[in-house]
Design a protein around this ligand. Structure first.
Ligand code: NDP
Length: 238
């Protein structure tokens, strides 16, 4: 049975992905900071699932996550690098601490996770890295500067990694979701930004399960098939 690490698995897309992958026959290691939530999900999912308390912005945590996964399930066949935050604000507001947190989680967090699992994948000539970027990597909106920068940074990183890994048999996929019904927006503090977003994002959002299905699809392809990039929007999102 193949084993997948899913970061950001305590809610939203990550939780739905962990559930879908267990149903699809994978072992899944769920990672996030809110261990009460992870524990409840794992209790529901049974023997194929386990969790590890992880702050993805910590290199030590990510190394420990990879080690705990190997100890529990034998090896890491795939990493779904999904954990992310979006406390967006106008640059003029100068919310520098939020900028730093987004860079730490959305960009450094992805790199640290990849770094923790890649050497063994290269050695085995088998593995799959799935990175959840965002439509915001390609389409900015007022207040998205740093969030979009992290998500387009991740895109550049994952595309480069995909090219480097072609000689090692390791696949790399980047997924660009449009609007999805999750907790992501709850960290936005600025009322004017929330009002602006209500006006712009006035269409029906995707369900997290729609994204989970796409992760299962890319992981389910035969080793000779690498889905490089997938863009998934709500039908009503321009
Ligand atoms: P949620 O807020 O529901 O989920 C975010 C997850 O990331 C949570 O499980 C949270 O867990 C985890 N997380 C946040 N910070 C850390 C950290 N420092 N260490 C470990 N885990 C962390 O939002 P989504 O499901 O929407 O977000 C998942 C991904 O999808 C993100 O990368 C987001 O940018 C991307 N995305 C989402 C879109 C949307 O419309 N919802 C659109 C495009 C992309 P915990 O707090 O327990 O640590």
């Amino acid at each position: 049975m193949r084993t997948v690490i899913v970061t950001g698995a305590s809610s939203g897309i990550g939780e739905a992905t962990a559930r879908k992958l267990v149903q699809s026959g994978y072992n899944v290691m769920l990672a996030a900071r809110r261990t009460d939530r992870l524990q409840a999900i794992v209790e529901e999912l049974g023997e194929q699932a386990a969790f590890h308390a992880t702050d993805v912005s910590s290199r030590e945590d990510q190394e420990a996550l990879a080690a705990a996964t190997i100890e529990r399930f034998g090896q890491v066949d795939a990493l779904v690098s999904n954990a992310g935050i979006m406390p967006v604000s106008l640059i003029e507001k100068g919310d520098v601490e939020d900028w730093d947190r987004m860079i730490d989680v959305n960009l450094r967090g992805v790199l640290y996770g990849v770094n923790a699992v890649l050497p063994e994948m290269v050695e085995r000539k088998d593995g799959h890295i799935v990175i959840i970027s965002s439509i915001a990597a390609l389409q900015t909106f007022p207040s998205s500067a740093v969030y979009s920068a992290t998500k387009s940074g991740v895109r550049s990183m994952s595309d480069t990694l995909r090219k480097e890994m072609t000689v090692h048999g390791v696949r790399v996929t980047t997924i660009f979701p449009g609007g999805v019904k999750t907790e992501l927006g709850t960290s936005i503090k600025d009322k004017s930004v929330l009002e602006m977003m209500d006006g712009v994002f006035n269409f029906e959002f995707l369900e997290p399960e729609n994204l989970a299905d796409s992760v299962a699809y890319v992981l389910g392809q035969p080793p000779s098939v690498c889905v490089g990039e997938l863009m998934i929007r709500p039908t009503g999102q321009a």
